[in-house]
Design a protein around this ligand. Structure first.
Ligand SMILES: Cc1ncc(C[n+]2csc(CCOP(=O)(O)OP(=O)(O)O)c2C)c(N)n1
Ligand SMILES: [Mg+2]
Length: 1005
């Protein structure tokens, strides 16, 4: 029996227009297939069928208005008469509780035997030391007899009880200033330490040599020795034992290298035979082919570097979202879960950047156990100590632990183990806890005797503890980050941790091995030159087998291919699948969708008004029906889906949530209810533009990092785009990102009431600075559709390394039919929208972009009607692209003075047209001014320079002088200036339109 399909609960909307009918009588459809698309003045949404069956009758057609309960069609074999949204099944209780509990370090590194207890020594606070040791003894015996889990359980119970009894609990964000993994629980490295030490020494030497050599050529070149010197062991252990490369069997671990440690990566690649000595000689000399880039820049070394990291703080946030995106791809079933890890190397100074810590909460919330941060805590940044008066490791431990990360501290090297074991009183740990980083820095700058005196000397017991050690022995007491055993154990624990991200806080020495000139001194960071004496010291310090002469010549060292070091190095990488870093892509192209998906946007909307944002959302809805494109779309929204009319996506494709949806949403009865899903497609990032942009970068580079081409579309308030996250956008360019950035609610006068901080009059200009960012400011839906389709074709079918910035507006107006043959012009940046009839007394070329084109069109009508002036109207879709073409053409002509000059596209468009050019946009004048040099015509530009302010659109356009009246009056004045008409017309117009000549220039107001 046939049953009705009717409109479900669509919230407050009534009388909503049907804009598409997606089925016809006789169609067999499945449950949830869309029946019609309806559109309010703000958003469009598909109505899905509540059941499978055959469509019998259609009850609506395009243009009909429907409300909740209106019958859309009848269906036979349908089980439900009304669309009732599937209510969300709450996860069964067991399922929730069965989510694997994060394993703690204690579980991973169970301590069976307690050899030492780091208790505070008896103090005046300890009124009953005997009782204290009884408590400690009890704990020891639980650990010994029942294991660490039981001990943790009991402690938790005691803490709970203390809390219930109203005690002020001790601050447990930090643990004592010792290694997290006790020496008894360390997993021993299977590596050959002798050989690894030699390899490390050669890499250290070559890294330093290449910096010194470059600076001998010219001190302008710069570079860093001290950063890699402090991090060499951290990298080497990873390279020899942990980091798996991408190959045809495995997707590869992803490593974000600390930017300033780049020389170390080049030095290793040299030993691996991937770079030549000539290339090392070209460090930081990239202008001629073959040089090595100063820092990791995929744009400049596209087969080598994967991630741009040198702008501090961007690496950590990008990596967190990379790890999340990897899980997203897995949860959506787009790639396999191969247990790949993302390792991120960071400086301790870099952790001051708000971006570095800004997203660590998300990493824990999303249980990113595929993510490992390694913070190289050399206690120094550029000018001096990171936390002279405190301890950066403890501070970071508190932040990360508080956020739910697994924290592994690697503070002390193996030489300390025995001392710690002998420290029955706990005084040594007390001393370690009380020293601040400023002191730890000095200890490593001043030598063993100083450490004996200032560190151990504070307590007679500690002085006694080291009495049998020479100053040299004391000097040898190493830091954890320089000890390959400790580092290995930490990495091993990190890769096994489940349920939370891991941070390794490794204590090192800045400029390790550089001696007097650069070890642990405040100037280490800037040290780029080593004189002969320093070089000889460095060679001796690491036993690099070079003669004095070779050292003086600053020769690189590479052992024979047949040497055990070379064999070992290569064999280790072979075992781990290949070399790192390496950038490649095996992603398949996505076939651009057929033209007919976009055809609907080429037609006039008649009297129906809509904004370009709505047109774009409609287009995305249509694209979600294309089987090639649909699964690859990654809509990214920073809590503004409703602003942009995208709430229909919630139901249709779901919001990504790694744990699904554990609650029934408050609006579950409604069609666009908030649906979270483990395989959801929308990345709803919350109020977090930097995070959303980092997600976009991860998706936009999935073609290389995950070998799958994705189409990210990040839609945001245009003011909070490039202005807010400009440096990430620059890094996206460097990363060769491919995808769409949509600056919505764009334009300084278009957003109207929102005021100064919202009204964007310069995002297009900011976008124009990124060389591989292609930007457009379209006015009509057919322009938007043409641009979007070409973007899909260029980026995802042809795999061009460009990305698109398109501004979209929220002003509703009718859209005309696409004029014939304008596609090429739309894409190049301008086309003739309307040609004059040449009936007037003189003529002008009117250019406009975005919604201001509509003011231009209206101005053109007034000019003809009231002043008898002809005008050709040009829709300028991209002043930015026109400028690029102009610059290139001009350069070519200057380089080829003997040839017939080429014409810029702007010149080609305008040269045979009469009259001056009047160009107007909703952006600063500099936007239009960009093409001024590429036409010989007189050129006047108008724009919205100055701060925005809230008011109506009409008043704002009048204020900024970009409304039709100002365009008319200024055009008349320009024509008078060009002596094409008299000046009285302009004067009359100023009066007629009540234009106040005494008003200050808006940019000054
Ligand atoms: C955003 C940003 N600001 C400033 C710099 C300049 N800079 C380069 S390295 C550095 C100090 C780095 O200290 P740290 O993070 O501790 O790294 P280390 O070299 O000590 O390992 C600074 C300020 C930069 N690269 N990026
Ligand atoms: Mg540092």
């Amino acid at each position: 029996m046939a049953q009705n399909i009717s409109v479900p609960d669509i919230g407050d909307f009534k009388e909503v227009e049907v804009i598409e009918v997606l089925v016809k009588p006789g169609d067999h459809i499945n449950k949830n297939d869309p029946i019609v698309t309806i559109e309010s003045d703000k958003s469009s949404v598909e109505i899905p069928s509540p059941s499978s069956g055959e469509i019998k009758d259609l009850k609506v057609k395009i243009g009909d208005k429907v409300s909740e309960g209106s019958v859309l069609a009848t269906i036979e074999n349908g089980q439900e008469a009304k669309v009732i949204k599937d209510s969300v099944e709450p996860e069964p209780a067991e399922k929730v509780s069965s989510i694997e509990k994060p394993k703690t370090n204690v579980e991973l590194n169970p301590v069976k035997q307690v050899k030492k207890v780091f208790a505070e020594p008896a103090s005046k606070d300890d009124i009953d030391p005997v009782e204290t040791s009884e408590w400690i003894e009890s704990l020891n015996s639980v650990i010994e007899n029942d294991g660490s889990s039981r001990a943790s359980y009991l402690l938790n119970k005691v803490i709970d009880q203390a809390y219930k009894s109203g005690l002020v609990l001790p601050d447990t964000r930090t643990t004592p200033y010792i290694n997290t993994i006790p020496s008894e629980a360390e997993k021993i490295s299977p590596g050959d330490q002798n050989i690894e030490k030699k390899i490390r020494a050669y890499i250290r030497w070559n890294a330093a040599a290449m910096v010194v050599k470059a600076n001998k050529k010219s001190p302008e070149l710069g570079g860093h020795i001290g950063t890699f010197a402090s991090a060499a062991t951290l990298y080497d252990v990873g390279m020899n034992h942990f980091w798996r490369a991408k190959n045809n069997k495995f997707g590869g671990d992803l490593i974000y290298f600390q930017g300033h440690s780049a020389p170390g990566m080049y030095a290793r690649a040299f030993l691996e035979g991937r770079l030549t000595s000539k290339q090392l000689d070209g460090f930081r000399q990239e202008v001629n082919e073959g040089g090595l880039s100063s820092y990791p820049h995929p744009w400049l070394m596209p087969k080598f570097w994967q991630f741009p990291t040198v702008s501090m703080g961007l690496g950590p946030i990008m990596a967190i979202y990379q790890a999340r995106f990897l899980k997203y791809l897995i949860n959506r079933g787009l790639i396999k879960d191969e247990g790949r890890k993302i390792w991120v190397f960071l400086g301790d100074g870099e952790m001051d950047e708000p971006e570095s810590l800004g997203a660590i909460g998300l990493a824990a919330r999303e249980k990113l156990d595929n993510l490992i941060f390694v913070v190289n805590c050399n206690l120094q940044r550029l000018d001096g100590p990171v936390r002279g008066n405190g301890k950066i490791i403890q501070e970071l431990e508190g932040s990360f632990r508080g956020s739910g990360w697994n924290v592994i501290k690697v503070i002390w090297g193996s030489y300390w183990d025995q001392l710690l074991a002998k420290d029955k009183s706990g005084l040594l740990v007390k001393r370690m806890n009380e020293c601040v980083d400023g002191e730890y820095q000095v200890f490593k700058a001043k030598g063993g005797a100083y450490v004996r005196d200032k560190f151990f000397g504070k307590y007679p017991e500690l002085q006694e503890l080291v009495s049998s050690m020479t100053d040299k022995d004391i000097w040898k007491l190493n830091r954890g980050g320089h000890d390959p055993h400790k580092v290995y154990a930490a990495y091993n624990a990190a890769i096994q941790n489940t349920g939370s991200p891991t941070v390794i806080l490794a204590k090192t020495i800045k400029g390790y091995g550089m001696g007097k000139t650069g070890e642990s001194v405040n100037t280490t960071h800037q040290q780029k030159k080593l004189d002969e004496e320093d070089l000889l010291y460095y060679r001796d310090r690491f036993n690099v087998p070079l003669t004095d002469k070779q050292v003086k010549n600053i020769e690189y060292f590479k052992p024979e291919e047949s040497s055990e070091e070379m064999k070992y190095l290569k064999e280790r990488r072979l075992k781990l699948g290949g070399f790192i870093p390496e950038r490649s892509s095996f992603a398949k192209q996505i076939k651009a969708p057929p033209k007919d998906i976009f055809d609907a946007f080429m037609k006039s909307t008649g009297v129906k008004e809509m904004s370009t944002t709505m047109a774009l959302v409609r287009m995305l809805t249509a694209l979600l029906r294309d089987k090639n494109v649909s699964p690859r779309l990654v809509p990214i929204i920073p809590d503004e889906a409703r602003t942009f009319g995208m709430e229909g996506f919630f139901q249709k494709i779901g919001i990504y949530a790694h744990e699904g949806q554990k609650y029934e949403p408050v609006d579950s009865e409604q069609l666009s209810s908030y649906r979270e899903d483990k395989s959801g497609q929308v990345l709803e990032e919350g109020i977090n533009e930097a995070g959303a942009m980092s997600s976009w970068i991860a998706a936009a580079t999935a073609y290389t990092n995950h070998d799958i081409e994705m189409i990210p579309i990040y839609i945001f308030y245009s003011m909070f785009g490039f202005q807010r996250i400009g440096d990430l956008a620059w890094a996206a360019g460097d990363s060769q990102a491919r995808g769409f950035l949509i600056g919505a609610t764009a334009g300084r006068t278009t957003l109207a009431g929102e005021g100064l901080q919202h009204q964007d009059g310069h995002s297009q200009l900011l976008a124009s600075n990124i060389p591989n960012c292609i930007s457009y400011d379209p006015t009509f839906s057919y322009e938007m559709a043409t641009i979007f389709r070409e973007g899909l074709r260029r980026m995802h079918e042809k795999k061009e390394n460009v990305f698109y910035y398109i501004t979209a507006m929220n002003e509703n107006y009718a859209h005309p039919e696409k004029p014939k043959g304008c596609e090429e012009g739309i894409l190049k940046g301008m086309y003739l929208f309307k040609e004059s009839n040449n009936r007037g007394k003189t003529k002008v070329q009117l250019l406009g972009s975005g919604t201001i084109l509509r003011e231009v069109i209206a101005a053109s009508e007034i000019l003809m009607r009231e002043y008898g002036i002809d005008s050709d109207i040009w829709s300028v879709t991209s002043f930015n692209e026109l400028r690029r073409d102009g610059m290139e053409t001009e350069r070519y002509n200057l380089l080829n003075p003997n040839e017939n000059p080429k014409k810029s596209y702007v010149q080609k468009c305008l040269e045979k047209r009469d009259g001056p050019v009047i160009a107007t946009s909703d952006y600063n004048r500099a936007f239009c001014d960009q093409i001024r040099p590429y036409t010989e015509k007189k050129f006047y530009s108008f724009g919205t320079d100055g701060y925005g302010r809230s008011d109506t659109r009409k008043n704002l356009r009048k204020f900024f002088e970009v409304d039709k009246e100002h365009i008319v009056a200024y055009t008349l004045s320009a024509l008078a200036k060009e002596q094409l008409i008299g000046s009285d017309a302009a004067e009359k117009a100023f009066k007629k339109f009540k234009i106040n000549k005494d008003k200050d220039f808006p940019a000054n107001l």
